[in-house]
Design a protein around this ligand. Sequence first.
Ligand SMILES: NC(=O)C1=CN([C@@H]2O[C@H](COP(=O)(O)OP(=O)(O)OC[C@H]3O[C@@H](n4cnc5c(N)ncnc54)[C@H](OP(=O)(O)O)[C@@H]3O)[C@@H](O)[C@H]2O)C=CC1
Ligand SMILES: C[C@H]1O[C@H](OP(=O)(O)OP(=O)(O)OC[C@H]2O[C@@H](n3cnc4c(=O)[nH]c(N)nc43)[C@H](O)[C@@H]2O)[C@@H](O)[C@@H](O)C1=O
Length: 314
Amino acid sequence: MDKQAKIYVAGHRGMVGSAICRYLQGQGYSNLLLAGRETLDLCRQAEVEQFVAQHAPEYVIIAAARVGGIHANSTYPAEFIRDNIQIATNLVDASYRAKVKKVLFLGSSCIYPKLAPQPMTEDCLLTGALEPTNQWYAIAKIAGIKLCQAYREQYGFNAISAMPTNLYGPEDNFHDLNAHVIPALIARFHQAKLAGQPSVMAWGTGSPRREFLHVDDLAEAVIHLLDHYEGGQQVNVGTGQDVTIKHLTELVAQTVGYMGEIVWDSSKPDGTPRKLLDISKIEALGWSPKIDLAQGLQGAYQWYLDHIDAVRMR
Ligand SMILES: NC(=O)C1=CN([C@@H]2O[C@H](COP(=O)(O)OP(=O)(O)OC[C@H]3O[C@@H](n4cnc5c(N)ncnc54)[C@H](OP(=O)(O)O)[C@@H]3O)[C@@H](O)[C@H]2O)C=CC1
Ligand SMILES: C[C@H]1O[C@H](OP(=O)(O)OP(=O)(O)OC[C@H]2O[C@@H](n3cnc4c(=O)[nH]c(N)nc43)[C@H](O)[C@@H]2O)[C@@H](O)[C@@H](O)C1=O
């Protein structure tokens, strides 16, 4: 992309959106179009169409979504399916009508079947039943992928999709119930350390496996795909390695310096037993992850400490 190109980062205040903005600014892109929810509710079609037509960005990155961990997904199904279908539809259609050069839509690894063979390639989409806890969000994300494919097929519109694995890093949501596992545990272990709590509760059995990619690696992958990928099929973005939630929990406790006991609350859901992405497609395009989990967790905890009075908890 030309460094002067006007790039609209939808959801720029979120964990992914802010990482993409940091990366773009670091690379010398100076013409970013940004609008917070108070300026533009992306669920309002007419407002989105008017905004994109008026500002005429050349590129649009859809990093806005209703996002949350396993508890939030299963507690707010209507919001997760409604908001995410509306955001994707409104932004892809408005971008097409405003003759945007290229759109990148962000989905998630939860779009793949609960029991898909691991590691999961892009071809296993829609080959089996979804994980019930996040089926609502997954259906909305699959709809977003199909929307991009349909606009490419019917109108020749240049929309691509990236499917990241579980992400973590700066500007994450640290809400104890609605957050994803890493920020939830960072905050819980930190508070337990300060309070001298003898034990900390983690959810489920600890036996599921997850792959964790630092959001700065994802940001680089997103721009790499905008520069090097033109296809209709979604592209997986991950590390190609996974760990058990038990190992992750011990790693977070060690990173925070919490020495007490970890107790498992088996009344909480485990979710998908495993969701490891096959990343050979994006590696063949010349991208690979750089931040390993131990190093990334150190940085995430330090960011939490540096921003503890202002972290997002929603
Ligand atoms: N976090 C993860 O582990 C993963 C995330 N992803 C994908 O990455 C993308 C971003 O996720 P992430 O950064 O973690 O999420 P965040 O919740 O951190 O950021 C989402 C952003 O979207 C904005 N937003 C949501 N709804 C609206 C709306 N109606 N109008 C305007 N803005 C809105 C939010 O604004 P506000 O701050 O005002 O609420 C927020 O800035 C999503 O598409 C998600 O599916 C994919 C895989 C894993
Ligand atoms: C990105 C991805 O994220 C979600 O899917 P998920 O990977 O299941 O997300 P999670 O991070 O919430 O849980 C991962 C694992 O960790 C265990 N776990 C332990 N202790 C805590 C804990 O304290 N909080 C949370 N949230 N989980 C915990 C938890 O029981 C589960 O086994 C969906 O948004 C999905 O749509 C999606 O796209």
